[in-house]
Write a protein that binds this ligand. Sequence first.
Ligand code: SAM
Length: 202
Amino acid sequence: MGEYERWEGRYAAPDYIFGRAPNYFLAACRPLLPASGKALAVADGEGRNGVWLAEQGLSTLSIDFSPTAQKKAQALAAERGVSLRFELADVHAWPYPVDAYEVVAEIFTQFSDPEQRRAKWDGMKRALKQGGLLILQGYTPKQLDYGTGGPKQLDHLYTRELLEAEFAGWRDMRIVEEELEMHEGAAHSGKSAVIGFTALKP
Ligand SMILES: C[S@@+](CC[C@H](N)C(=O)[O-])C[C@H]1O[C@@H](n2cnc3c(N)ncnc32)[C@H](O)[C@@H]1O
């Protein structure tokens, strides 16, 4: 089964498999957000993070390749009374615009192998305006011991060294490594090893 079919199958469940609340790390970044501007939510799935960014006053585009997830995201936006835009996109091949967004958020998108990640991160870097805020959260290699979500391939996971090298020269870089109990829907539940990252595009 391909990745597309796998995600479509997972999202066929009536529940929001990652919950309706925003990712805790993204929500904790609220003080860093600009009061207005444009946000891009990358591989945003059922929309919990994109909807929250729109609720913060940002003109938000939510991209993901799963039509089933985006239908649920649209329902979540309607339920919460916010509007945002949605586009079906392969985040490894999407034509990321140049200098277009004040905020780019990439939360749990470690389906990418290193080559795919290069294409995705190059695009995300391009899409941010100078001074724009990048917010990432992913699992670290320690997560392979916990098995409570995320990929099984070591080279898909994020480390401090990877992020520091990849975003060398970015301003106000903050990296938070945590092992904590996560309860973000049935799909991310239990003791987890995660890393969060914020920085401003130089
Ligand atoms: C672990 S989920 C995270 C969803 C969302 N970011 C969240 O935190 O709730 C990964 C998401 O990536 C999407 N996805 C996987 N491969 C993709 C690709 N090549 N292009 C776009 N979306 C993709 C899936 O449909 C799924 O929504």
